[in-house]
Write a protein that binds this ligand. Sequence first.
Ligand SMILES: [Zn+2]
Length: 337
Amino acid sequence: MSPNAYRLAPKVELHLHLEGAIPLDTLWSIVQRHGGDPGVPDRDALVAKLAYRDFAHFIEAWTWMTGFLRTPEDFRVAGAAVAASLLEQGIVYAEASISPSDYAAHGMSVEEIAVAVRTGIDSVPGARISLIVDLVRDPGPERAHATLDSVLGIADDAGIVGVTIGGSEQDHPPGPFAGVYRRARDAGLHLSAHAGEAAGPSSVWSAIRDLGVERIGHGVRSVEDPQLLAYLVEHQIPLEVCPTSNIRTGVVSDLESHPVRQLIAAGARVTISTDDPTFFHCNLTDELRLVSELTGVSGHDLTTAAIAASWLDTRQQADLRRIVDDYWQAADDLPGS
Ligand SMILES: [Zn+2]
C-alpha cells in the first residue's frame, strides 16, 4: 500500500487532546497575542520549548502552553484551527478532549471554554468532532466533581460525549475518582481514563474496576501483567494506543519494542491515535502506516476498529464504515497497491 493511500484515507481518531493539537502557527499567534515569552523569541524556539525529556518534562511543557490559553477567543481560534487541520489530514471523525480545569487560574469557566471550542469547530464546514472533557487528576476529585457539574449543564449544546482523566498518572491513581465517574455514567456520559501509560498495570485494573471505563487511554503497560492482558482480550475493552507519544514521553524506547505488536498478537482491541501531535511531532497518517507495517494489520482494519470503539451511535458508525470501506476497496483495486 502506497504511503499516499494513508494520506488520502478517511481516518478516525479517538485519543486527541485538542490543546495538544493546535497547529504551530496558531499556537505561535496565540502566544504573541498575550505578550509572548522572552525565552521563546521565534517559531524555532517554540518548537524547542515543546520538546522534552520524559513524561514529567512533557507535563511541564504542557503547563507552559496552557498559560497562554487565557480567553474564550483563544479557545474559539484553537477549536477552528484544530478542526481545519484534522479535515486537511482526512480525519473524518474525532473524539477530542479538552482539559478545562487547567485554565481556572485565568478565570474562565468550563462552560465558556467548551462553548468557545464548539463554536470554533462548528465554524469549519465538514468538521466532525465530538468533545470529551478531561477531569484532570492533579487538582483532585473535588475539582473533578465541580468540572463535571459544569459539563452536565452544557454537554448537549457543546457536543460533549464523555469524560477521561489525564495528568500525572504516576502520582494520582484512579481510585479516588470513582465517585465522579459514577455520576458521569449515571448522567449518560461515556467513560475513558488515561491508564497504563506513566503507571503500570495496577492503574489499568483500577480504571476498569473502580471507574468502570469503556475504553482505556493508552493501556500499553498492560502487557506487564499477563492476567490483565487476558482480561482486556476477553472483555474486548478498546485501547487508545498512541505509539509515537509513548516513545516521546519515554514510556517505551522505540517503535520496535512498542507493546502494540504484543497487544495485537494477543487479540486485544487496539485503536491508533496521536495524543498531542503538536508536542510529539506526529500525525495520524504516519501512525497508521507505521503500525500497519509493524503488525500486519491493514490501515482499513485499524480505522474500522476505531469506528467500532467510537461513541457514535450504531447508524452513525455504519455511515462512517461505508465511507471507509468504499475508500479502501477502491485503493485495493488500484494497480500496484
Ligand atoms: Zn492523552
